[in-house]
Design a protein around this ligand. Sequence first.
Ligand code: FES
Length: 280
Amino acid sequence: MCEIIDKKILHENLKQIVVKAPLVAKHANPGQFVIVMADEKGERIPITIADYDREEGTITLIFLEIGTSTKKLGTLEVGDKLYSLCGPLGNPSKIEKFGTVVCVGGGVGIASLYPIVRALKREGNRVISILGARTKSLLIMEKEISDYSDELMISTDDGSKGRKGFVTDVLRELIESGERIDHVIAVGPIPMMKAVSELTKKYRIKTTVSLNPIMVCGMGMCGACRVRVGNEIKFACVDGPEFDGHKVDFDNLMKRNQRFVEEEGISLVRYLDTQWKGEV
Ligand code: FES
């Protein structure tokens, strides 16, 4: 159980693993996540389920190596087992017949968007997907998302693919072209989801965002994932991870996600040092 049966390096620090987890695959739905530990001393890392195969009993996880724990996870190879895997957690995405839905994905958030796009299309929606990345080589799941989209638009910060600029530039043009949009779903970096929500608020288009705060338990017990939504405090792991983008306090979320930057930096330096000493 929890054995890695496939692994791909999508781009430098961006990795994809397929994990044998029949029970998780059986119950997983779009928008849900798992919490994994690479080893006994590793942190609990929340990762959205990018895909699941109920027949094969597998789930696909895509993650960016940014700190010690994700780097440790990235060292695991096919045949290795995760120390622990807990899920599926969080509420599934609300999938219904909205009409025309624009799905906006940025960076590694595109992986979380894929099962949502697929489910929305199967529900009979007209799906327009807008994917954005810093550069062409960081753009993931383009083919998969295109298969379930009526239209696919791309933007890169450096203009190496699609429109040069941000996903919000593409979305603004789409709205201003007069396209009727019934719902927007945005998954990606916090500044991106904030910008999308600010834009759609002006045009009164309902917008759902999937939040990615720091998490520990994933079950509503520790409070690490507290987010401000409207006048309420919510726990992203049990109340979310999806919320009304027009009500989320993104600045507070950004601040909370920065709380352990110094400790994370120290931990990463120590880990890389150990790795380096192990190699010489
Ligand atoms: S992660 Fe512990 S309460 Fe949400």
